[in-house]
Structure formats: structure tokens, C-alpha cells
Write a new protein. Structure first.
Length: 261
């Protein structure tokens, strides 16, 4: 169990070292994962088995694809039961489409009849749970399937991870009411020329992202995440023009910590 401090790392999702983000998984202090796109694909088995809580934002493959591989490794290592937190809708999708003995073994059924490898934890939108000393709260956002953002609070400082969302006033207004919020990791998927694609797919463009970044107090750092690899350089160039030196892009594989100034 994590005792104190909150370290955040976007797990890499490709082997060339380019830093492009194809899959989404954010590791919090080595034991809690937000999404599982590359979970199970990065780190040694001994490192992976330390993760005992996984929180899913939604059901899309780039956010859940590594989960079966991760669970298979944990089972083989004889690790602790993994608690999988998500909305009931997302958990239903996983059971019907992945853990069905056709795509992957049904760890849910296995856990009900033998050693418990996987504990499903339905998490209604807007509720809060404690995991390894962290208070984690979900907030509904706007995407093409039911999706949430998460606020992670260690009792002193808080961050928010809002990947895969269209412009969402509900999210921004709630975050503005959090006095100890230090950072927002926010979707910035597309350049401006793809604004129609961003609209129909439920994502933000660089202009959308810049408007949000300018909205928050300078004490709250807003970081771009979920940049589509095809548009990576174009997005970075536009953010530089829109925000200048205040543009922040989260780098895969790097550890980040936000604390009270």
C-alpha cells in the first residue's frame, strides 16, 4: 500500500521511443492505474503485480486493451486480487465482449468459483472510493460512449484526468470548485482542421484545449494528453502558437508530481 506522495506516469505504448501515445494508461504511485490501454505491456511482472486497483474511464479498446494481458500476468504471479472500478455499463461491456472465454478467459467466473483474481467494483457516476490512500471521484464527461473523468486526491493535493471528452462545462465548473487541485490532464486529440471529426468523435481540438487552459488559474497546470499520433507534430505546433511557453504536453514514461506551492 502507498503510504504518502503521489507520483503520476503515463505509460508508454510503443517501443521506438518516439513518445507517441497510441494507448492510454496512467499509473498513480505504482499501485493504481487509470485506464489500462498499455497496462500489462510495460514493466516487469514484479512491477505489474504491484497494481491492485484499476479505474476505467470508458470501454474503448485503446483504454482497456492491455487489461486482459495484465490480469493474466497477475494471475500467473500469484498476486493480490485486482479491484476493477468502472461504471456498471463499462463492466457489462467487459464481461460480454472480453472476459467471455472466447476472447480471453472469464476471470469473473473463475473468481466466483475458485481463487479470487478479479473483484468487479461498480462505480456510479459522481461517486467516490478510497484506493491505497487515494480518494478517487468520477465526473461524467461528453464522449460517444458513457465516459467519466477522475479526480485523484491524496489528502493534500489533487489532480484530474479527463481523457476522451468533448467540451464539457460540467467538468470545468466542478474542477473550479476544488481548492487543492494542482493539475488537469486533458484531452487534446486533434488540430483545428479536424474540428468536425473532433465533434463527431467526442474529443477536443487545440483551440478547445487552449480555451480551457486559459480559463483556469495559473496555479492549476493544464496538460495535453491523448494527442492522436497522426497529428502529433501539428497539435504541438498549434499549442505553441495558442499558448506559447505555457503550453504543456504530458510525456510518456516520465514521472510527474504536483504538490502545494
Amino acid at each position: 500500500m502507498r503510504v504518502f506522495g503521489m507520483k503520476v506516469r503515463l505509460l508508454p505504448s510503443e517501443i521506438s521511443g518516439s513518445g507517441l501515445q497510441f494507448l492510454s494508461c496512467y499509473l498513480i504511485s505504482d499501485t493504481v492505474a487509470i485506464d489500462a490501454g498499455s497496462l500489462g505491456l510495460v514493466g516487469t511482472p514484479n512491477q505489474q503485480v504491484r497494481v491492485d486497483h484499476v479505474f476505467l474511464t470508458h470501454s474503448h479498446l485503446d483504454h482497456v486493451g492491455g487489461l486482459p494481458i495484465f490480469l493474466d500476468t497477475v494471475v500467473e504471479m500469484g498476486g493480490e486480487t485486482v479491484s476493477l472500478h468502472a461504471t456498471p455499463w463499462v463492466l457489462d461491456v467487459l464481461q460480454a465482449d472480453i472476459f467471455n472465454d472466447r476472447v480471453m478467459p472469464d476471470f469473473v467466473r473463475i473468481s466466483q468459483k475458485g481463487p479470487v483474481f478479479l473483484n468487479l467494483c461498480p462505480m456510479e457516476v459522481g461517486t467516490m472510493v478510497f484506493a491505497d490512500g487515494l480518494k478517487i471521484t468520477s465526473i461524467e464527461v461528453k464522449h460517444v460512449v458513457p465516459t467519466v473523468a477522475y479526480i485523484i486526491d491524496d489528502g493534500k493535493d489533487a489532480i484530474a484526468i479527463a481523457t476522451d471528452t468533448a467540451p464539457c462545462e460540467n467538468l470545468y465548473s466542478k474542477l473550479e470548485g476544488i481548492p487543492n487541485l494542482r493539475a488537469l490532464l486533458l484531452d487534446c486529440s486533434f488540430p483545428v482542421k479536424q474540428k468536425e471529426l473532433a465533434k463527431v468523435s467526442g474529443h477536443l481540438t487545440t483551440e478547445d484545449f487552449a480555451m480551457v487552459a486559459k480559463r483556469f488559474s495559473p496555479k492549476i497546470e493544464v496538460w495535453a494528453i491523448h494527442i492522436k499520433p497522426r497529428y502529433h507534430e501539428e497539435v504541438l505546433s498549434e499549442l505553441d502558437k495558442l499558448l506559447g511557453s505555457s503550453a504543456r504536453i504530458l510525456e510518456a514514461g516520465r514521472n510527474y508530481e504536483w504538490t502545494t506551492p
